[in-house]
Write a protein that binds this ligand. Structure first.
Ligand SMILES: [Zn+2]
Length: 464
């Protein structure tokens, strides 16, 4: 949809437009992003919060940003939860015996040492489970069998993730012993998708696991056969003491009168433990670093400061996002634009935004430079960037490079999130788009305005 433009805003200078085109074309030839994500995924690998891989990733990031030549490279301390998935066995025991491919959800408690064996109660949605009584649910393992929709927009994920985050809370309220969900993912291969879950402090903590789609089919078949169906779970998942991690930051200092204004390019440095964190979020880390590197190497110092922020622990509680907002509370109003890349490595197909009315013209100007990359103009209601949440509710304008998510959720949070899933050409296109947006945001005479602060949404599983 085409948004109205603001006639008061100034157009870009010919010089800024020309510089941005050069950045875009350079990135398309070879942005350098693929080498960066290859280094991170091959040399560091999995890096879940608090793990040895997390610490190695922080070192890697500091070295990478320093070696490129960014200024003010530093780590800002973040305390993160440290969860260890241990081992997991899930077996269908009745009406036939079958080992099921499953993974613990991030943050799940383990089972007693002997495991849990109980009859299975299958539902297809949280609302179906909410309508059930404790008499019906108590003593069962609840199987939430929701099939995630495969969409270019990735729009099937929020409903699936809602079940992952809250299913066990609703089940525990009614006396369930554990929950087993069909993975919040679209893979047709035999991988289970992990991801975060929450415990409601007022309820019992029960184990929560996800089955691969193929194994969820087996369990559904058993239940639907009409025979009594039982399952056994054994898990040694546990929490370790909190650990220290860091948001890693590097900058291209501005040299204009507005050098204290910040254009933030973000991605998250942590990953889940199962795969290599290539598409989630090595691709984003590489794209924002490579985009800023292109600007740095162009020799044209930006007017505003470009700040690359690699956030700690996005996956398991947004620790880095919260710490950043606290650490930088005194300069929140100087953040003139934020953009986070955390949506895989598919091509960008749409530029969305959330800017003030007065900033829409500038978004139009950026879009004009991105249109040759087959990027459409989106609307102005983006809420993109989990790590940008605290800054967004404080009024920071955001831009979003919306990527094609058709295949993203085949690999997301699985053992199969590996480097070979990234097409270097797509990563170059993402990097090109970010470089153009950042260059314009950091150099344009006008800005995106400022939005009124809004109430931060509270995470709750109380209702749908
Ligand atoms: Zn991510």
């Amino acid at each position: 949809m085409i948004m109205p433009t603001n006639a008061n805003a100034r157009d870009l200078s010919d010089e800024l437009r020309a510089e941005s085109v050069v950045l875009r074309e350079k990135a398309l030839v070879d942005s350098g992003a693929f080498e960066i994500v290859a280094s991170l995924t091959m040399e560091v690998g999995p890096r879940s919060a608090g793990s040895a891989g997390d610490a190695a990733a922080v070192l890697w990031a500091k070295e990478m940003l320093s070696s490129i030549g960014f200024a003010n490279v530093r780590g800002e301390a973040v305390t993160v939860p440290h969860w260890d998935r241990g081992t997991l066995d899930v077996r269908l025991t009745t009406p036939f015996s079958r080992l099921l491919v499953a993974t613990s959800l991030g943050g799940s408690t383990g089972t007693p040492e002997g495991g849990i064996e109980a009859p299975v109660l299958r539902v297809e949605s949280l609302s179906e489970l909410r309508q059930m009584t404790s008499e019906e649910v108590s003593g069962h393992v609840v199987f939430i069998d929701h099939v995630m929709a495969r969409l270019k927009s990735g729009g099937g994920y929020s409903a699936a993730a809602r079940i992952r985050v809250c299913g066990h809370v609703v089940a525990a309220e009614r006396g369930a012993l554990a929950t087993v969900i069909r993975s919040a993912g679209t893979s047709t291969h035999r991988f289970a998708h992990t991801g975060s879950m929450l415990y409601d402090l007022t309820e019992a903590r029960i184990p929560a696991v996800a089955l691969s789609n193929a194994d969820a089919d087996i369990l559904a078949h058993a239940v639907q056969s009409g025979e009594p169906t039982s399952i056994r779970l054994r898990s040694s998942a546990r929490y370790l003491p909190d650990a220290q991690s860091s948001n890693v930051i590097g900058e291209i200092p501005g040299q204009g009168a507005n050098a204290d204004e910040i254009v933030l390019l973000g991605a998250h440095l942590d990953s889940w433990d199962l795969g290599m964190g290539a598409i989630d979020d090595g691709a984003g880390v590489a794209a924002v670093i490579a985009a800023a590197k292109l600007i740095l190497n162009s020799g044209n110092r930006p007017s505003r400061t470009i700040r690359v922020v690699l956030f700690a622990n996005e996956e398991f509680g947004l620790s880095g996002a919260k710490a950043y907002a606290l650490e930088h509370s005194g300069e929140l109003n100087q953040h003139v634009m934020g953009l986070e890349a955390d949506s895989g490595a598919g091509p960008v197909w749409l530029l969305a935004s959330r800017v003030a009315e007065s900033g829409l013209n500038l978004v139009d100007q950026i879009h004009a430079l991105l249109a040759p990359l087959n990027i459409e103009r989106g609307d102005n209601s983006s809420t993109n960037g989990a790590d940008l949440g605290p800054l967004r509710v404080a009024g920071m304008p955001i831009l979003e490079m919306r990527q094609d998510n058709t295949e993203y959720f085949d690999y997301h949070h699985t053992i199969d999130d590996t480097l070979d899933k990234i097409d270097p050409k797509n990563l170059d296109q993402l990097t090109a788009a970010i470089a153009v947006a950042a260059n314009v945001a950091a150099n344009a005479d006008g800005d995106f305005g400022r939005l009124a602060p809004v109430q931060a949404p509270t995470a709750t599983c109380v209702a749908d």
